[in-house]
Design a protein around this ligand. Structure first.
Ligand SMILES: Nc1ncnc2c1ncn2[C@@H]1O[C@H](COP(=O)(O)OP(=O)(O)OP(=O)(O)O)[C@@H](O)[C@H]1O
Ligand SMILES: [Mg+2]
Length: 256
């Protein structure tokens, strides 16, 4: 591995899917990506560009066909999703995906902090109860009032807040967000994005966030990458990202 401080390094990763007619579709093409500690990266790109596949390959839900993946210097290329879960937390687009509906909010949070009881790897460390309490006391769409309510009675926004808190509670090396605000109304989406930003900053998380909301991609994070047709076509960070204009970013979508 080239960079000893990287959280994640992908080297020449390729993924081919086969269509119903058994025709190969080259979905990820020679992906090289290094994620550094504290990076908060927005990932943009057309439908079908390969963004979710990229996240699935990082998390270990899918195996790379060729190439190597390292998490904090460890070669995880052949590790399955359960092994990698020690390092990675995910929040999905579907508010139902990240939480157990029959359990209360408190129980969901407790499960998140004791995953090892389910045969999964223990996380690096859990948030201290005081930290969690302070997070819950902030205005988060009333979630603090629903701690003893089964999660199936919560709104989509409240479930996403819970999913985010559960993910942060795990103190993962890498937080993967796949359009986690896409199913929410504009106001709730904005609130969940603000909470995301706050958690990433206060908990010093490193995060990769897929979004189709260009304003969010521009406004949040220190880095922005574009995936088009299975390749990383743009990767801007720091001052370059601060200077990036929406019009320029939109023009990337026309590039063939
Ligand atoms: N398991 C699979 N088997 C076959 N093809 C797949 C599989 N998963 C994804 N694909 C195809 O790979 C391509 C990339 O899919 P992916 O879900 O990564 O796109 P995406 O960039 O996340 O798109 P969106 O913005 O719509 O979520 C698509 O053409 C999709 O149909
Ligand atoms: Mg996707």
């Amino acid at each position: 591995m080239n960079n000893s401080t990287a959280i994640l390094e992908m080297q020449s990763v390729n993924k081919v899917f086969f269509t119903e007619n058994n025709l190969p579709k080259h979905i990820l093409k020679d992906i090289n990506l290094t994620i550094y500690p504290g990076d908060f990266i927005s990932v943009i790109g057309n439908n079908g560009a390969g963004k979710s596949t990229l996240l699935n390959i990082i998390a270990g839900n899918l195996a790379a066909d060729t190439g190597s993946i390292y998490i904090k210097n460890h070669d995880v290329t052949n590790q399955n999703v359960t092994k990698r879960a020690k390092h990675i937390a995910r929040v999905f687009q579907d508010p139902q995906a990240g939480t157990a509906g029959e359990l209360t909010s408190s129980q969901n949070l407790a499960v998140a902090s004791t995953k090892q009881h389910f045969g999964l790897q223990p996380y690096r460390r859990n948030l201290a109860p005081a930290e969690l309490k302070s997070l819950l006391q902030q205005p988060q769409m009333g979630l603090e009032r629903f701690l003893d309510t089964p999660v199936k009675y919560l709104s989509g926004g409240q479930r996403q807040v819970l999913s985010l808190l559960m993910a942060a509670q795990k103190q993962p090396d890498l937080l993967l967000l796949d359009e986690h605000t896409a199913a929410l109304d504009p106001k709730t989406s904005a609130a969940v994005m603000e909470l995301t930003n706050k958690l990433v900053n206060s908990q010093h998380l490193t995060s990769l966030m897929i979004t189709h909301k260009m304003e969010d991609a521009l406004h949040y994070g220190n880095r922005l990458i574009m995936v088009q047709d299975g390749q990383i076509t743009h990767d801007v960070r720091g001052d370059d990202k601060l200077k990036l204009k929406k019009t320029e970013m939109l023009s990337w979508f026309n590039y063939k």
